[in-house]
Design a protein around this ligand. Structure first.
Ligand code: SF4
Length: 673
């Protein structure tokens, strides 16, 4: 593999990150407009919502009815798979029936491997999506050593295969998405660039240059991955490369592939999509959940809605020197304070300031539970690390290494200097820091906002090895303001660990998990944050039962965000495809069944894919794969390698578990009750 480094980015006052308009003022990236039927796409228009049908494309009425449910749920484009010419042809019937029923929503044909289906579909629907990883290539998982000449010859072969489609799109006024997927890069791209964001970007640019050579510009671009960190880096790099090469600012379609289902799927999607939307990137959003497609649109809409009133937020000082590499993950350098920072995983702080803890059972919602027989405390994989109890110390000894954070005044009189630590505001900390014995000798939490930042604070932190900062903000452009504070810390070489605290009024519904995942995940994917703390000021108004349920929910969301940002793996990771017309089994049912048997296998990644055509590629970095290959037939994978072929669906889950056992990665689930 040649060493193609990411283009060197020299952050400067004029262009601090070179992938977005501003890191401190919300501003949507300006793009060209791409006409797509009656719903144009680009920065002159609202950010669009879209999704994909899951019914067999040959089932015309089923597809139409599902498309209508999706449109009524908010989808502005409907994507339908066209695996071969016969499905591409049937798009005509689906389109006619939809139009006859009064819906003019543009249709998008989803193409993999079949240029002839693409060329037919481009004459029928408003947009085609091609995957540059498999449009002209069939993956053989081969590493070929390309010379410059043989690589150029390959590109010429691709040009010959791809050019007819471009010309048809141009003639028919059909738009195109060049949609790279991390999991299905071609052998050619992998050989030269590796499995990297740069490879993803180059994969799209090779096809884009062919389009531009044909003077065809109705193009939308996407860089999807099931790993939000990779996906964020790839989109940023794409924008940077478009600008650097003088290519047009094409609209972006945002998505995290195979995000999974329920809370984990929503959090993973928000960490990827929300992070980019915060910086003004993205013109259409597809959230891929292993759920019915009409359930995806409201999630996408909730992510988008947050930005309709974002402009005009409280000002944030501009960044003169941006020290973070937006294209490669690097964790901010910190020294260790207690179990924060250094090489420790980010910690989770549970907010119990409005929950007086008097009984063991009250800690169960945050993963610590007491078993009367055999008279022992246990902790599950979502056991919080710290408990913030404000002015109400817990009345018994905390279990499992769980520690307590108290408001400073309460801490002074609480008396336990081993398990209890104080929380101070910045002014109190600065006043007391030189008073003997006023602070804890090893761990003090200091709450800070960007407005508290001062030279005095910087000097104090530089001289103090016993502080963990707790940063928070009330700015509507929260992630950017918090990031700004982290930038000051890095630029002044301060290495104290930092916990990010976000407080939300909303304690229910999708928005809490989506917004928390965006704000905290957006920092974590850039290596910022040694702990997360979710809070709400709504607790006092709730009955105690609801307060405990809220604590449970916040705790689960906090761990989910750390997992999605790949900074702390505490659960089994499911990379399950959203299903489509190619799907060979009931994905929702199968995913639930696999989850039920394996969700105690912390840190293991299991891909559950509906078809053999895209499945193995799409499950990217999964440790094990469960892939449909025919009716009731499953192939099981270890990494990218198929190890059990054509297993009957009735015993495929047992075989999967056997495989995990053979690898010594199985353990029996523990019973919490
Ligand atoms: S992996 Fe799933 S979503 Fe992707 S093409 Fe196959 S069945 Fe459809």
């Amino acid at each position: 593999m040649l060493d193609f480094a990411t283009p060197s980015i020299i952050p400067s006052a004029d262009h601090p990150a070179s992938y977005c308009n501003s890191l401190t003022e919300y501003s949507r990236r300006t793009t060209i407009t791409v006409p797509i039927g009656s719903v144009p796409l680009g920065s002159d228009y609202p950010i669009r919502v879209q999704s994909m049908t899951t019914i067999d494309t040959m089932d015309t009425l089923g597809s139409v009815e599902q498309a209508i449910r999706m449109i009524e749920a908010g989808c502005e484009y409907i994507r339908i798979t066209a695996p071969s010419v016969k499905e591409a042809q049937n798009l005509e019937n689906i389109r006619k029936e939809l139009r006859a029923r009064g819906y003019d929503t543009p249709l998008v044909a989803d193409i993999h491997f079949t240029p002839n289906a693409a060329e037919l579909a481009a004459r029928i629907v408003e947009k085609v999506r091609i995957n540059p990883g498999n449009y002209a290539d069939r993956k053989r998982f081969e590493v070929i050593d390309y010379t410059d000449a043989s690589y150029a010859a390959e590109l010429e072969r691709i040009r010959d295969k791809f050019r007819p489609l471009v010309r048809i799109c141009k003639e028919y006024g059909t738009a195109m998405r060049i949609g790279t997927n991390h999991g299905s890069l071609s052998d050619r791209i992998l050989s030269r660039y590796g499995d990297t964001p740069l490879g993803m970007v180059e994969s799209a640019l090779e096809f884009l240059r062919i389009c531009e050579d044909e003077n065809y510009y109705s193009i939308v671009l996407s860089m999807k991955s099931s790993n939000p960190q990779v996906m964020v880096e790839a989109y940023r790099l794409l924008v940077h490369r478009l600008d650097a090469e003088g290519l047009k600012p094409y609209p972006l379609h945002l998505g995290v592939t195979e995000a999974g289902e329920a809370e984990d799927g929503r959090i993973k999607s928000a960490v990827g999509i929300g992070t980019l939307l915060e910086d003004g990137l993205g013109d259409t959003v597809r959230v891929s959940l292993t759920e019915d497609p009409e359930l995806e649109a409201p999630v996408a809409q909730a992510l988008i809605d947050r930005y309709t009133r974002r402009a005009g937020h409280a000002p944030i000082p501009a960044i003169r020197h941006y020290p973070i590499d937006p294209f490669h993950y690097t964790r901010r350098k910190t020294h260790e304070v207690a179990n924060f920072g250094g090489i420790n995983v980010p910690r989770v702080i549970a907010d119990y300031s409005e929950i007086p803890v008097t009984e063991h059972e009250q800690l169960r919602p945050i993963g610590h539970f007491y078993l009367p027989v055999p008279d022992k405390w246990r902790m599950n994989d979502l056991g919080a690390d710290y408990l913030y109890t404000g002015s109400r110390p817990v009345s018994f000894m905390l279990p499992n290494g769980l520690k307590e954070i108290l408001d400073y005044k309460t801490w002074l009189t609480a008396g336990d200097r081993v398990h209890q630590f104080p929380l101070l505001d910045t002014a109190t900390y600065l006043n007391l820091r030189q008073t003997p014995d006023a602070l804890h000798p090893t761990l003090n939490f200091v709450e800070t906002r960007l407005g508290d930042w001062s030279e005095e604070l910087a000097h104090a932190l530089a001289a103090d090895q016993a502080v963990v900062l707790v940063v928070r903000t009330e700015n509507a452009h929260a992630m950017a303001e918090l990031r700004r504070l982290y930038v000051d810390l890095i630029n002044t070489n301060l290495t104290c660990p930092v916990v990010t605290l976000r407080s939300f009024a909303d304690r229910q519904g999708d928005t809490l998990q989506l917004y928390a995942a965006t704000d905290l995940g957006g920092l974590l994917v850039d290596g910022l944050g040694d702990g997360v703390w979710l809070a709400t000021d709504q607790l006092p108004a709730m009955p105690m039962e609801d307060r405990l349920a809220t604590a449970n929910r916040y705790n689960s969301i906090a761990f989910g965000i750390l997992q999605a940002a790949r900074t702390r793996m505490s659960k089994t990771e499911y990379i399950s495809c959203p299903s489509c017309g190619r799907t060979l089994f009931d994905l929702q049912e199968t995913t639930a069944m696999i989850r039920k048997r394996t969700d105690h296998l912390k840190g293991i990644k299991i891909g559950i894919m509906g078809c053999i055509v895209n499945g193995p590629g799409e499950m990217a970095d999964a440790d094990y794969g469960y892939v449909g290959i025919g009716k009731d037939k499953i192939s099981l994978y270890r990494g990218q390698q198929v190890v059990k072929k054509s297993v009957h669906a009735d015993h495929a889950v047992n075989e999967l578990i056997e495989l995990i056992k053979e690898d010594g990665r199985w353990n029996e689930p523990e019973n919490e009750v």
